[in-house]
Design a protein around this ligand. Structure first.
Ligand code: SAM
Length: 344
C-alpha cells in the first residue's frame, strides 16, 4: 500500500523490521490495532490485577494529550492503524480523558475508537464519552453478587457498574461487551447468572482465563479455570452452541441458544488453554510511552525519546521497527508485567 512506501533501510539490522513491508512483524502478522493505555491508575483493586505497590505509583511522566495525538496521528497516517482502544489502569481515571477522546476521534483514518473500562464512571459520563467520539465500550463485570464483586474488585461498586452498563446502552456505545475474569473459589459457579444477565440486555459476554501474571501469579494453578470447565458449567443452561468465526478476535465466540429460548453471544478468552497469538494484530503502548510486544512480555523500549520534546517521525519509526522485531511468535509461559500498567 502506498502509505507504507518510505525508506528506513539504514536502520535495518537483525531482529529489526523493515517498515517498507507495511506494519508486519517477523511472523508476517499485520499490525492494525493500537491498544493505548492512558494511565496505570485505576479506581478498582482487582485481586488478580492490581499489586499493592501501584497505589503509590507516580503518574507524572505519562504522555500528554498532545503527545498522544501525535503518536496516534502518525500510526494512522503512516502505518495503517485504524482501530484504537483506550485502556489502562482505567482510562476513566485520567482527568483529561474527554479531550483525549475528542482528539483521537478527530484523527482522519481512526475508524474504530473503543474503550475498556471498569464501568464505575459510565452512569455519569457514558453520553459524554459517546459525544466525544468513543464508539463502543468493553466493561469488566466479574460478578452479579455484591459480596463476590467487592471481594474480587476491592470496591463496593456493583450497583454503580450495573447502572453504568445501562447508561452505556442508553448512550448507544454499542456493541457493548462484558468482560469477566473467572477465578476458582470466587465467581466460577456464577457464570450462568452472568450469561442470563447479558442475554436479557442483548450484550456479548466474554469469560477470561486467569493469566499467570500480577498478584495471583503464584496461586495461578489453584485459581485458574480453563474455558473447557467454564463451558461445562454453562452446559446445563445451553440448548445449542453455534461457533462464530474468530477472525482477529481474541475470543472463541459462540452464538448460544439458552434452555429458556433466549440467545446470547458468549466468548472465551483462552490465553492459557489455547492461545490466539497467531492472529495477534496489536501494538501496545503504555501511558509512559513504553511499547509492549505482548501482554505477557517485557517492555521493548520507550517511545518517549521520539516524542518529547517534539515528535520526531524518523526516530519514532526506528523505535517502532525495533519494537515489532521483538514481537515473539507466542506469549511467554509466565507474565513478567502487570496487566494494569499495559492495559488488557
Ligand atoms: N480497568 C479496565 C477494566 O476493568 O477493564 C481496563 C484495564 S484491565 C487491566 C483490562 C482487562 O484485563 C480486564 O478485563 C481485566 O479483568 C483483565 N485482567 C487483568 N489481570 C488479569 C489476569 N491476571 N488474567 C486475566 N485477565 C486479567
Amino acid at each position: 500500500m502506498e502509505q507504507f512506501r518510505y525508506s528506513i533501510s539504514s536502520v535495518i539490522e537483525p531482529g529489526i523490521i523493515d517498515l517498507d513491508q507495511a506494519m508486519q512483524d517477523t511472523f508476517s502478522r499485520s499490525i492494525r490495532y493500537l491498544r493505548l493505555s492512558l494511565t496505570s491508575a485505576c479506581q478498582m483493586r482487582c485481586t488478580y490485577c492490581r499489586p499493592d505497590w501501584l497505589r503509590h505509583c507516580d503518574q507524572s511522566g505519562q504522555l500528554t494529550a498532545d503527545e498522544i495525538e501525535s503518536v496516534v496521528r502518525h500510526l494512522v497516517a503512516r502505518h495503517g492503524i485504524h482501530k484504537v482502544r483506550l485502556t489502562g489502569g482505567d482510562p476513566t481515571a485520567r482527568p483529561d480523558l474527554i479531550p483525549i477522546i475528542r482528539r483521537v476521534a478527530a484523527i482522519d483514518g481512526v475508524r474504530d475508537l473503543a474503550m475498556t473500562t471498569n464501568g464505575l464512571t459510565l452512569a455519569r459520563l457514558a453520553l459524554d464519552y459517546r459525544m466525544a467520539g468513543v464508539r463502543r465500550v468493553n466493561v469488566s463485570l466479574d460478578s452479579l453478587d455484591g459480596d463476590t464483586f467487592a471481594r474480587m474488585t476491592g470496591v463496593n461498586g456493583l450497583e454503580r457498574v450495573l447502572a453504568g452498563i445501562d447508561a452505556a446502552i442508553a448512550a448507544g456505545l454499542a456493541p457493548i461487551r462484558l468482560n469477566c475474569v473467572v477465578l476458582a473459589g470466587d465467581n466460577d459457579r456464577q457464570l450462568p447468572d452472568l450469561v442470563r444477565f447479558a442475554a436479557a440486555r442483548k450484550l456479548e459476554i466474554r469469560f477470561i482465563e486467569l493469566m499467570p501474571m500480577g498478584p495471583l501469579a503464584e496461586q495461578w494453578s489453584k485459581r485458574y479455570v480453563p474455558a473447557a470447565v467454564m463451558r461445562e458449567r454453562l452446559n446445563p443452561h445451553v440448548a445449542d452452541w453455534q461457533p462464530i468465526d474468530q477472525g482477529h478476535e481474541s475470543a472463541q465466540r459462540f452464538d448460544l441458544r439458552l434452555t429458556d429460548g433466549r440467545r446470547v453471544t458468549v466468548g472465551f478468552i483462552t490465553p492459557m488453554s489455547c492461545n490466539f497469538c497467531a492472529a495477534c494484530n496489536r501494538l501496545r503502548l503504555t501511558a509512559d510511552g513504553h511499547s509492549y510486544p505482548c501482554l505477557m512480555d517485557q517492555p521493548r523500549g520507550s517511545f518517549l525519546p521520539a516524542v518529547r520534546p517534539h515528535f520526531d517521525a524518523a526516530h519514532f519509526d526506528r523505535l517502532l521497527s525495533a519494537a515489532l522485531g521483538a514481537k515473539a511468535s507466542e506469549h511467554p509461559a509466565q507474565g513478567v508485567a502487570v496487566m494494569t500498567t499495559i492495559g488488557g
